[in-house]
Design a protein around this ligand. Structure first.
Ligand code: NI
Length: 244
């Protein structure tokens, strides 16, 4: 059930049965030579959509821009400053909370969002402190960080899974958008690894945008497997979260 495709009356009705909502959040940033700029948003949108296809759970429109400062030396990347992203999350949660939503489950596709989104949750809790009549819980679920995904990635790719433009995320994005699969030569086979500093340094260290990965191994079939594992894990986690 999509918020954007519902009427206000349908949302009023939904709220009588559930006060939980899933909010996909990602980024618009380079993902190496064969990864889509929308990868980090495409993955959580697909996962959330499949969760909603199984059960009547409301999905909010995605927050498609994230904190991508370190990718700004690559054309097409759009970043929110950390403070902006914090405010966006606060305003989205506050708006929905006002209508009666109490449980906000963010399905996240981008590691750079973790610090600002977690800071936003702390700001939200600080603002409602002592207001026990309006319970509010927020959770950030990083789709790629669970045992099932990690072990499949290890089994299929070993160390070539990498850290940015990973094989699993490129595969999942190809599964969601087979019309956008890229067939390009990639060298070296495995990208370099290192620490992240500013945007110019990132491009110097990681010239084609990958970190430690071999996304030429990506496939639609693997993407379907990763997607199903993520949907299983996050559906269970969402129900546990609602019970909290
Ligand atoms: Ni990514």
């Amino acid at each position: 059930m999509q918020l954007a495709l519902s009427t206000w009356q349908e949302i009023e009705h939904y709220l009588k049965q559930s006060t939980g909502i899933i909010i996909p959040i990602g980024s618009t940033e380079q993902h190496g030579p064969n990864g889509l700029i929308g990868t980090d948003t495409i993955c959580p949108v697909r996962i959330a959509g499949d969760i909603s296809g199984r059960e009547r759970i409301l999905i909010a429109p995605a927050i498609a821009y994230g904190m991508s400062q370190h990718h700004m030396a690559f054309p097409g990347t759009v970043t929110l400053r950390p403070a902006t992203l914090i405010q966006v999350v606060i305003d989205v949660v506050s708006s929905l909370h006002r209508h009666g939503f109490t449980h906000f489950y963010f399905v996240n596709g981008h590691g750079g969002n973790i610090a600002p989104v977690t800071a936003a949750f702390s700001e939200i809790y600080a603002a409602i402190q002592g207001n026990a009549s309006h319970p509010l819980r927020c959770k950030l679920a990083n789709w790629w960080r669970n045992d099932a995904i990690t072990s499949l990635a290890r089994e299929l790719y070993g160390d070539a899974e990498g850290y940015h433009a990973t094989v699993s995320e490129v595969s999942l994005s190809y599964f969601a958008h087979p019309e956008a699969v890229k067939d390009v030569a990639i060298a070296p086979v495995v990208a370099p690894t290192g620490d992240i500093y500013d945007a110019a340094d990132f491009r110097r260290q990681f010239p084609d945008g990958r970190m430690g990965s071999s996304p030429q191994l990506a496939s639609i079939d693997a993407g379907e497997r990763f997607c199903k594992l993520a949907v299983d894990a996050l559906t269970a986690d969402y129900h546990q979260f609602l019970a909290s």
